[in-house]
Design a protein around this ligand. Structure first.
Ligand SMILES: Cc1cc2nc3c(=O)[nH]c(=O)nc-3n(C[C@H](O)[C@H](O)[C@H](O)COP(=O)(O)OP(=O)(O)OC[C@H]3O[C@@H](n4cnc5c(N)ncnc54)[C@H](O)[C@@H]3O)c2cc1C
Length: 456
């Protein structure tokens, strides 16, 4: 038997197989911190389901590991290359195969970019609701594999809530179809739900039937500035108590506002130490926005007046607030979620952790879902840099995870476990549950060739 590269050459065209150093490096990592850098043996670009099957079959026969990859925007190391693997890029499978306005569904290939599906759906007055902040680059296949969340998830749910059916290439190269084309369907176990969020460890997703929603006719956005972060977090609960169901409820702390000002030249931090952005949609959007303004003012916020154009601009800024643009700091950050009732307590716990470890803190949160992205950081050149600084950063991160779990939260709300978060998984899930998951993995992938060392 020849090498895996020879085997792949036999089933793919020359432009679909890349072993150049520059490509191997480019496709070796996603956007997560790198723990164990590995170069793949090859990167392949199948264009059809049959080609994906042929690649998987060749790898299965040779016992070669496969790391599936969408756009590589993942932030947990789910698409990091592992030892002697090939990277299977789905980026060329980017066709929208069907858009059925009356059914409110679409069928897409995995490499379709989230924004492209939304543009196509909008022509029919529809939208694909899950909108990760990476929507302009991340793929639907990647979104499915990570069960991605986004800003609109406060009202419309996460990716799993919008996936009806999947075509999946299994570890032996065979193809299955799971789920149904209808909104309802309860025949048998929910294998579709199992594949969603499985981070490429159970099969390669090659086709996705998604549920679409009607685009709201009206959208109103309210921006509420607060003197501190905890009061702003309390505003989230006040909106719920007023029985308003916003589409978007995003929370930014003072550190994030200062950073956005530095990058975009805005004056947000002069207007408050925290910002709560609330978007209502649908025919009742204006009435709901009125209630939101009233409730938030009562809670101590300074609220923007009628025109929501500025507030909408702030939502756009929020989509760019991950902080990766900043390169003058060392930072560690995570993706925890806590029950919403614990949001204020958790914010207080984060502030205490930052103070105790003498590191800075900034937080953005999909507050409607209790999903927070806290980042602990220190200046690269500041006085805080000393021998123990990096240890204090890691300690702050570990403590922030422990605090979330103690409040009934989770180590990852939307980014997935990947490689990076495996170290905390045992704190969240008891051994019996992890054992069950390993058995499921064995069932789907007995030789362990699909994205080994990730997710579970
Ligand atoms: C600026 C920025 C903002 C972000 N905002 C959000 C956010 O708001 N919400 C959120 O949830 N995430 C967010 N993310 C993280 C990331 O965009 C998501 O995890 C996204 O779903 C990854 O999609 P991708 O196409 O880049 O997949 P990749 O990063 O390429 O892969 C992600 C995982 O899916 C697997 N995979 C990819 N395609 C397939 C397939 N077809 N079949 C099987 N497995 C597959 C990979 O092996 C890997 O484990 C953000 C990232 C960035 C950089």
């Amino acid at each position: 038997m020849g090498s895996i590269v020879d085997e792949l050459e036999a089933v793919l065209g020359p432009s679909q197989l890349d072993v150049s150093e520059v490509s191997l490096r480019r496709y070796a990592v996603d956007q997560a911190p790198v723990i164990d850098f590995q170069l793949p043996v090859a990167v392949v670009f199948p264009e059809t389901v049959a080609e994906v099957q042929a690649v998987v079959k060749a790898c299965a026969d040779s016992g070669v590991a496969i790391v599936p990859r969408g756009a590589g925007t993942g932030v947990s190391g789910g698409a990091h290359a592992t030892r002697n693997c090939i990277v299977l890029s789905l980026e060329r499978m980017d066709r929208i195969l069907a858009l059925n306005p009356d059914d409110e569904t679409a069928v897409v290939e995995p490499g379709v970019v989230n924004a492209a599906l939304n543009e196509a759906a909008a022509e029919h007055g529809l939208m694909y609701a899950p909108d990760p902040a990476s929507f302009r680059s991340s793929t639907i296949g990647g979104n499915v594999a990570t069960n991605a969340g986004g800003l609109r998830c406060a009202k419309y749910g996460v990716t799993r809530d919008s996936v009806l059916a999947l075509d999946v290439v299994l570890a032996d190269g065979s193809l299955i179809h799971t789920g149904h084309q209808t909104f309802k369907g309860v025949a048998g176990y929910d294998l579709t739900g199992l594949f969603v969020g499985s981070e490429g460890t159970l099969g390669i997703v090659v086709g996705i039937t998604v549920r679409l929603k009607y685009l709201p006719r009206e959208v109103h956005t309210v921006a509420a500035f607060y003197p501190d972060f905890r009061t702003a977090a309390a505003g989230v609960l006040a909106v719920g108590k007023a029985r308003v169901q916003p589409a978007i409820m995003e929370l930014l702390d003072g550190g994030t506002l200062t950073q956005l000002d530095d990058i975009h030249g805005s004056d947000l931090s002069a207007r408050g130490r925290s910002l709560l952005l609330v978007q209502t949609d649908g025919f009742g959007a204006a009435a709901e926005a009125d209630v939101v303004r009233h409730v938030l003012r009562e809670g101590g916020a300074t609220v923007t007046t009628e025109a929501s154009a500025e507030a909408e601009r702030l939502v756009e800024l929020r989509r760019h607030s991950r902080g990766t643009e900043v390169d003058d700091e060392y930072r560690v950050g995570e993706d925890v979620a806590v029950p919403r009732s614990r949001l204020v307590d958790y914010v207080a716990a984060l502030e205490a952790v930052g103070a105790a470890q003498q590191v800075h803190l900034k937080v953005v949160a999909h507050a409607g879902d209790g999903n927070l992205h806290p980042t602990f950081w220190i200046d690269r050149q500041g006085p805080a840099i000393d021998a123990g600084a990096m240890d204090r950063l890691q300690a702050a991160l570990d403590e922030s995870i422990t605090a979330a779990l103690a409040m009934g939260g989770t180590i990852t709300g939307e980014h997935g476990v990947g490689q990076y978060k495996l170290r905390w998984l045992g704190q969240e899930q008891p051994e019996q549950v992890r054992q069950l998951q390993r058995r499921i993995k064995d069932l789907f992938d007995p030789e362990g060739i699909l994205n080994p060392g990730k997710a579970i």
